[in-house]
Design a binder for this molecule. Structure first.
Ligand SMILES: Cc1cc2nc3c(=O)[nH]c(=O)nc-3n(C[C@H](O)[C@H](O)[C@H](O)COP(=O)(O)O)c2cc1C
Length: 334
């Protein structure tokens, strides 16, 4: 199936879907599967923190890009001052001519300026109009509208409100819906709202290619929406996790002293950095088999995920579901 709209044209892809960047989950195999199936794969640069790793995966993906038609890849940069690798990673990505970027948690100014030098596209994660306005003023190509129920730093608004609201405020800008989408029916529903495409994370944790433990993948299959809770223990910014025994044990909220350090103007930046480093270490331990200290990021769409499958099969199933759902709508609305 081929859908042509603003996102497929911007990224030169066959199907308006981004396999969303996921810390510790996204890998080269997943990116290649996304590209091979007519979609765009995106991964966080922070998954490749050791010397030379980011350059190596970019070389591998650029080589693969030459062999595919209708698929592409991009890099997610955490553009926050607390990310110590941001400047270095941006330089590497620009040198390797990454096709597109997704920015999160800060100002995308430098990314947009540098990406434009060779025509790369930049999409900014947004959860509200205020941040979207800043990204629009800086010249982004589109927004990833992160709505309620999304895995990671979910937004406060439902996609049914956030997507049309962004379209109303920024006519002509590509709005990509993210949060709670795991089926073709979900994709069709946001296309009906006017979204240019979807960005899907949680569904792809339970894929064969992901190098996280089988326990984590199985937990995605076994968990329902009521098992997903928000914690500020990972990065200081509330994030969704599965409410495992360990998540319950360490608690979901910072204590009064931690909140004090988080809010004080002198300690804020450094404390946030410490919380993030500690949180990253906890997440890293959690993805290994047999670790009982499980802190697993996941969104509410775990409710809809029933099998661990290869990425290609997940994508093809979603495409079929879009077609079938559209046929049902054609019959319903005549
Ligand atoms: C395990 C996991 C890790 C994530 N890591 C990142 C990340 O490093 N950077 C980022 O911008 N978003 C991250 N996200 C958010 C996704 O990019 C995306 O916005 C989200 O998964 C969409 O919602 P869904 O999970 O309901 O499909 C993560 C999400 C998950 C589930």
């Amino acid at each position: 199936m081929r859908i042509e709209n603003s996102l497929t044209r911007l990224l030169n892809i066959d199907f308006p879907m981004i396999m969303a960047p996921m810390f510790l989950v996204s890998n080269a195999g997943m990116m290649k599967a996304a590209m091979d199936n007519g979609t765009a794969g995106a991964f966080p640069s922070l998954n490749f923190r050791n010397e030379g790793e980011l350059e190596a995966i970019l070389d591998e993906l650029n080589k693969h890009l030459l062999t595919v038609k209708g698929g592409t890849y991009g890099v997610n940069l955490i553009v926050q001052k607390t990310n110590p690798l941001y400047v270095k990673h941006l330089e590497i990505c620009i040198a390797k001519k990454v096709p597109f970027f997704i920015t999160s948690l800060g100002s995308p100014k430098e990314v947009i300026l540098k990406a434009k030098t060779y025509g790369a596209k930049v999409f900014c994660d947004v959860t509200n109009i205020e941040h979207a306005q800043k990204c629009q003023d800086l010249g982004c190509d589109g927004f990833i509208a992160v709505g309620q129920g999304a895995g990671g730093h979910s937004g406060p608004y439902s996609l049914q409100v956030l997507v049309p609201s962004l379209m109303k405020h920024f006519p002509g800008k590509a709005v990509i819906a993210a949060g709670g989408i795991a089926t073709g029916e979900g994709i069709l529903s946001v296309l009906a709202l006017g979204a240019a495409g979807v960005s899907i994370g949680t569904r792809f944790i339970a894929c064969k290619e992901a190098t996280v433990s089988n326990e984590y993948k199985q937990a995605i299959v076994d968990s329902g929406m009521e098992d997903i809770v928000m914690t500020d223990r990972i990065s200081g910014t509330p994030s969704t996790v599965i409410n495992t025994a360990y998540a319950k044990k360490i608690g979901l909220h910072q204590n009064w002293f931690e909140r004090l350090l988080s809010n004080n103007s002198t300690t804020k930046k450094w404390f946030k950095m410490i919380v993030q480093i500690r949180g990253m270490k906890k997440l890293e331990k959690s993805i290994h088999p047999g670790n009982y200290k499980t802190l697993w990021i996941a969104g509410a769409s775990s409710e809809l995920i029933e099998e661990i499958l290869p990425c290609g099969e997940i994508i093809q199933r979603m495409k079929t579901e879009v077609e079938q759902a559209k046929e049902r709508m054609d019959v319903l609305i005549s």
